[in-house]
Design a binder for this molecule. Sequence first.
Ligand SMILES: NC(=O)c1ccc[n+]([C@@H]2O[C@H](COP(=O)([O-])OP(=O)(O)OC[C@H]3O[C@@H](n4cnc5c(N)ncnc54)[C@H](OP(=O)(O)O)[C@@H]3O)[C@@H](O)[C@H]2O)c1
Length: 324
Amino acid sequence: MSSKMRAILVKDGKGPIENLFIGEAERPSPGPGMVLVKVKAFGLNGMDLLQREGRYPMPPSSPTIMGVEFSGTVVQPRASRGAYGEYVEVRHRNLIRKPAHLSWVDAAGIMENYITAFQGLVFLTGIKAGDDVLIHAGASGVGVAAIQLARFYGANTVIATASSKEKLDMLLAMPNGATHAVNYRTQDFAEEVKTITSGKGVDIVIDMVGQSHWQKNIASLAFDGQMALLAFLSGSVVKEVDLAPVIFKRLRIQGSTLRARSADYHAELIGRFKAEAFDSITGSSGDGRIRTYIHKVYPWTQIQEAHREMEASKNSGKIVLEFD
Ligand SMILES: NC(=O)c1ccc[n+]([C@@H]2O[C@H](COP(=O)([O-])OP(=O)(O)OC[C@H]3O[C@@H](n4cnc5c(N)ncnc54)[C@H](OP(=O)(O)O)[C@@H]3O)[C@@H](O)[C@H]2O)c1
């Protein structure tokens, strides 16, 4: 096997979409506890756009090749990041065997979004049957995963927000999709939450939007409510925060990323996700309680088009790229 491989790289290390190009890189050589995987397909994530622009650090293990989720075949046992290349080095214990009912494309788009949603709902907020849940960026990869997982864990209502009727219709049409959908641009989601929950508010908010949603998120939370804060797409600075509802409603707000967690935490998260939820995932035409929703599949050489589609917020569900 050659020591080189083809990979998607970023000219000058960071920059606009036009800086993405197909180049050549060293093929990873797996160290202890790692395996080498030949990538069949990889999922695109919001984080990739930030990394391309140099606004989110690349991991030391893969300083030049982006990409955090993939499907593929193990070609060299013992080989965690860099799914934008033909080969990726990954911790053995972070792999899940692909079941036959999932295609390579379906499988490529599961890990980052579902593990993020699972962390938010199960590890951070401890969802319980009967909870009322509010999920922002509902049509994002993470949102689609979180909506279905909330239903899977027995949520009473799952209220999702998104920016267009097309996205909201899709979220309501999913078999285990949103029970209610709100257009955050044209409606006041805190008022909608109040009406839907008969004044009680939601027990859990999963938020990736941050600044623009903060006040309404606090207003939407019920007594003892919890918010998992996973990103700040609209900005990270909130002016004039009123602490009173945090205290009087006994709110708990916890932020988290996946990246900065330890290898043991990752293994525990993935192990529990596999044991509790993964086997219930089927492709979008399957009959699983949780399904993959693939917005579009591109050949990997069309990485610029794929980034453009996501940057314009056009996707409902996952964008996946396939290797030839
Ligand atoms: N903390 C973690 O561990 C972790 C892990 C993975 C991902 N994330 C974060 O989760 C978010 C979703 O990731 P993804 O890959 O699923 O993204 P995605 O599929 O690209 O979806 C992002 C969606 O967010 C909505 N959005 C963007 N800017 C917005 C704004 N200013 N206000 C309201 N909505 C906005 C858009 O939908 P609309 O058309 O509905 O506005 C957009 O389509 C990203 O911010 C990512 O960084 C966090």
